[in-house]
Ligand binder design. Structure first.
Ligand code: HEC
Ligand code: HEC
Length: 339
């Protein structure tokens, strides 16, 4: 019942939003809460000062798809975070409005309501709302000033109306833009995978997927001859991430090109550490790693199996990956990928 009412409000909001010429319809503040549908996931502790409302989410969605936020009106968030690719980019480096490539691979955007430890590969934005204003100003991305972006929205009645519905008045600020995009991004939830259905008892894994699941969750013990891929240490829990910054052995010290977390903390122990990404939707989010160096999951698994490089900050959990290597057979690797 609740769902039906919400759908009704969304539709009503859309109709009003799509009809800016009809000045008989006056926008009014609408605090109807947006009910996040997160199934069996634990409760996300949403920020007390920004609980999603139907009108706020709708505004955030408009902004996420709004090309006006870029300098020349050619690029929206959604042009680098494509829905069909789990809101990520299949290009190794996205191209911004000045036709310049970025420096890192675009991250998939979903389940952010459960990320409690910062946004971006290096975590430089503490909250989703701070993150949302960065790409607008990034010279390699949308390359626009916040003042110009706000001015463009102010000149568009659809936005003055939607700010009234979301915030109660038509004052458009970058802070409110961040808050509404944060609300919208909280609604991008991935919890309907085959794995979720398996956990709920409504789907069964194939033999290969099941062997992959066990390998994923088992610690390798070369002395007792127990095979394991140890992925669960870092890609842990329902969201397949421990929300930490780690070095998974992509490079030796001399080859650190991107200092990752170090740029934020200035702590040498954080050099070349990056956010442990969720592995949900992984088949859609190629290429892989912060620099998109791997194109296939086969390459990723071979990296963990035999390609991990030693360095001053490589995670201690990688000791067996380094020596003697995980010793996975071709079948083991196929099973892991199937899972
Ligand atoms: C030109 C391509 C491009 C555009 C446009 C773009 N992004 Fe991104 N996005 C990226 C890249 C690349 C990263 C990773 C950058 C890094 O870590 O330094 C990223 C990272 C993110 C993250 C971090 C996810 C996480 O798990 O930490 C979020 C959230 C995000 N973008 C949302 C947005 C929003 C909202 C907009 C629009 C205001 C936007 N992006 C516009 C390319 C883009
Ligand atoms: C010590 C922690 C750790 C372990 C163990 C680990 N990973 Fe990772 N994983 C990471 C980190 C950190 C990254 C991001 C590294 C980067 O981009 O620099 C990553 C990235 C990935 C990616 C790329 C995701 C993307 O969106 O680009 C995949 C796929 C992946 N890991 C799969 C696995 C599998 C499969 C295993 C087990 C064989 C595993 N990982 C074990 C920490 C770990």
């Amino acid at each position: 019942m609740k769902k039906i009412i919400l759908t009704f409000f969304t539709v009503a909001a859309l109709i009003v939003a799509c009809d800016p010429d009809d000045d008989t319809v006056k926008a009014v503040y609408d605090p109807t809460p947006y009910a996040l549908d997160y199934g069996d996931f634990p409760n996300p502790s949403l920020p007390a000062d920004n609980k999603p409302t139907v009108a706020g989410v709708q505004l955030g969605r408009m902004l996420f798809y709004e090309k006006m936020l870029s300098k020349d009106g050619s690029q929206a968030c959604a042009d680098c975070h494509l829905q069909q690719d789990a809101f990520s980019d299949i290009r190794q480096f996205s191209i911004g409005v000045e036709q310049l490539p970025g420096k890192r691979q675009a991250m998939a955007v979903f389940n952010l309501a459960w990320h409690k430890n910062g946004m971006f590969w290096d975590g430089r934005s503490p909250k989703v709302r701070d993150q949302a204003l960065k790409p607008i100003q990034d010279p390699l991305e949308m390359n626009e000033t916040l003042a110009n972006a706000v001015a463009k929205l102010k000149a568009d009645q659809r936005y003055t109306d939607q700010f009234i519905r979301a915030f109660g008045d038509d004052i458009i600020t970058s802070e409110r833009m961040g808050l509404s995009m944060e609300q919208f991004e909280f609604t991008m939830i991935s919890n309907q995978s085959k794995f979720d259905k398996y956990l709920a008892g409504t789907a069964t894994l194939t033999e290969s997927e099941e062997r992959g699941r066990v390998l994923f969750n088992t610690e390798y013990d070369p002395f007792f001859g127990i095979k394991g891929a140890e992925c669960f240490h870092c890609h842990a829990g329902y969201n397949f991430t421990n929300d930490q910054y780690m070095n998974n052995g992509l490079d030796a010290d001399a080859d650190f090109k991107d200092e990752g977390r170090f740029k934020v903390t200035n702590d040498p122990a954080d050099k070349a550490k990056f956010k442990v990404p969720s592995l949900r939707n992984i088949e859609l989010t190629s290429p892989y790693m912060h620099d998109g160096r791997f194109t296939t999951l086969e390459e990723v698994v071979e990296h963990y199996n035999s390609g991990v490089k030693n360095s001053s900050t490589v995670d201690p959990l990688m000791q067996y990956n380094l020596n003697p290597g995980l010793q996975l057979s071709a079948q083991d690797k196929a099973d892991l990928i199937a899972f």
